[in-house]
Design a binder for this molecule. Structure first.
Ligand SMILES: [Zn+2]
Length: 238
């Protein structure tokens, strides 16, 4: 009997918590004065999510973004308080430092949802690999996406070759193998190289025994994404 009461009490608390969340969503929607945002499906706690579910959550968020139906979720003081002392991001993302692809906006996510490394050319060099080992092994993200993009300046510079100032050359060195892989492909050389670079950096990440083990155990999915600067759409690259 006692157990049943506890269970009922727990359900009531969950319901109240849900209603509080719903109120915040409605308040936010009315504050922005736009059409009522499309509610996100009820999602599992990040650590209960499967890698496929985590990827689906990214894809659905990007669809909302592309269709102009963003929820801008978990971007309020309630959420900031919720994640102030701990984070459980469901996805880790390695993407370009380019100012036109902020991951939380592109995937319509909020605070504490994404563990993001941004570096020109989305290169997986030791610091990025270490960061993403942390994001996947310690924080337990379920999906790791390498997101490159159309007309990437770093890839363009790598294709162009020649002298570059400062330490920009280190980025170019990390991208160079992708140029060779794309050289005999039909179609647009820059787009092909950007996509090959995504696959190359996935290989670099999989060379990490930490990340490879998580993938082998089915705890993590690693995917490539290609961001279209014209439409905002992220398509999967394989
Ligand atoms: Zn770029």
């Amino acid at each position: 009997m006692k157990r049943q009461n506890q269970s009922t009490d727990f359900s009531r608390r969950k319901l109240l918590k849900f209603l509080a969340g719903a109120t915040v969503t409605v308040v936010l929607a009315s504050r922005v004065g736009s059409k009522l945002a499309f509610p996100e499906p009820v999602v599992a706690h990040p650590h209960e999510m499967t890698p496929d579910e985590a990827l689906q959550r990214l894809i659905e968020g990007n669809k909302r973004f592309v269709n102009g139906r963003t929820n801008n979720p978990r971007r309020d003081m309630v959420r900031i308080a919720e994640v102030a002392t701990a984070q459980k991001p469901f996805a880790s993302i390695l993407t370009c430092a380019d100012s036109r692809l902020p991951a939380e906006m592109v995937f319509d996510q909020g605070f504490g949802d994404l563990f993001v490394c941004r570096v020109a050319g989305n290169v997986a060099t030791p610091e990025e690999i270490g960061s993403l080992e942390y994001g996947t092994l310690i924080l337990e993200s379920k999906v790791l996406m390498v997101m490159g993009h159309e007309r990437c300046g770093a890839v363009t510079a790598a294709i162009k070759g020649g002298q570059v100032p400062g330490q920009i050359g280190s980025l170019i060195d990390a991208i160079k193998p992708a140029i060779k892989r794309a050289e005999n492909q039909p179609g647009d050389k820059l787009a092909n190289t950007c996509k090959e670079n995504i696959l190359l950096q996935i290989e670099n990440l999989l060379a990490s025994p930490v990340i490879a083990k998580l993938v082998d155990e089915g705890k993590l999915k690693i995917v490539g994404g290609y961001y279209d600067l014209d439409t905002g759409e992220v398509s999967l690259v394989s």
